[in-house]
Design a protein around this ligand. Structure first.
Ligand code: FDA
Length: 302
């Protein structure tokens, strides 16, 4: 109840107040701040994936601006020798307005990353985007088989079938590369599992399917039970360390993160930054009121 109330009223709070909790989860507003945060993570043996905030644009002109910003980011990050890659949300490039323009712009970004032998991860957004994002991924992978990956969501009932269908894109030379997460959006029960235990069961089922089929997986979670479950699968099937990495969000569960690094597993942190942090924070909160308890905590723990 209190979570829901905070989630609904937060967009009307002064920006400065919202920043008190947001700053823990966002690297800053500028490229310089994102580079600094990334360097600090690199120093701890953590790679990064950079995300420029700003999703679900209303006007297609914003798509070109976002594309140009990403091209600039790639230049800056490569010049600064940051150990990391790039994540993006297709709705920032107009996926739901004009999917051809969206494809054209993201292709340009992937081409730029490929020039540096680097990689772009296509984030998975809400269920209205899933078919379009899979289609987009197929087209991008056809052009740049080594330089692009997709996110898949364990809570969606369709995911096991999507994973099977997408295996036609997999080969030893150009393996598929996914980030597996639970899924953050509020979806209807007809299409998404709601029971947290069922979501975890599906997460581990999908993980085992992918790892035993030689797909690269970014194991994206802060859930201790899932991390333990992942260790079991990795040990049971002797999965080589090059075939997976763990991934976490900036500022979340740093102690758990360290415990994974101490086991000599690879860790990548998702680093969101940009001027759109206010919309991102409040939107995320509306999507997932459970976040409010983290916010209350961060008001006290600085
Ligand atoms: P769970 O939500 O159960 O969290 C486990 C514990 O972690 C909590 O009890 C809490 O202690 C801590 N925790 C989790 N989130 C926290 C937060 N925000 N602040 C503070 N503490 C927190 N989703 C999606 O739909 N599309 C996507 O593309 C991505 N991309 C993505 C990238 C990366 C690197 C990560 C880690 C996650 C995503 N997600 C995502 C989000 C994902 O789907 C999921 O909503 C969150 O990771 C939370 O789920 P957990 O698996 O961490 O478990």
């Amino acid at each position: 109840m209190i979570n829901k109330l905070i989630a609904q009223t937060l967009p009307y709070f002064p920006k400065k107040f919202v920043w008190i909790f947001s700053k823990k989860y966002i690297a800053g507003e500028t490229i310089e701040e994102a580079i600094l945060a990334s360097k600090q993570l690199n120093d701890k043996n953590i790679t990064v994936t950079i995300d420029l905030l700003g999703e679900f644009i209303k006007n297609i002109d914003e798509a070109r601006e976002n594309k140009n910003d990403y091209l600039k980011i790639i230049e800056h990050f490569e010049k600064n020798n940051i150990k990391g890659n790039y994540s993006l949300k297709p709705t920032s490039f107009g996926l739901l307005i004009d999917k051809d323009i969206c494809f054209k712009y993201i292709l340009e970004i992937v081409a730029k990353a490929a020039e540096h032998n680097n990689f772009v991860r296509v984030d998975m957004e809400d269920s209205s985007c899933v078919d379009l994002e899979i289609e987009l991924y197929r087209k991008l992978k056809a052009e740049y088989p080594k330089n692009v990956g997709l996110v898949v969501q364990a809570y969606l009932k369709r995911t096991p079938s999507d994973l099977e269908k997408l295996m036609d894109l997999h080969s030893d030379e150009f393996p598929l590369n996914y980030r597996l997460c639970k899924g953050i959006y509020v979806e209807p029960k007809e299409i998404a599992f709601k029971d947290p235990a069922k979501v975890n069961e599906m997460y581990l089922k999908n993980l085992e399917y992918l790892l035993t089929n030689k797909v690269f997986v970014g194991i994206a979670t802060h859930d201790k039970k899932l991390i333990e479950g992942a260790y079991e699968i990795i040990n049971k099937h002797n999965i080589p360390k090059e075939q997976f990495e763990f991934q976490m969000l900036y500022g979340v569960t740093p102690d758990l993160r360290k415990s994974i690094i101490d086991k000599a597993y690879s860790m990548r942190v998702y680093v969101p930054y940009g001027k759109e942090w206010f919309g991102y924070s409040t939107r995320r909160l509306k999507e997932n009121p459970k976040m409010a308890s983290h916010i209350i905590k961060s008001l006290f723990v600085r």
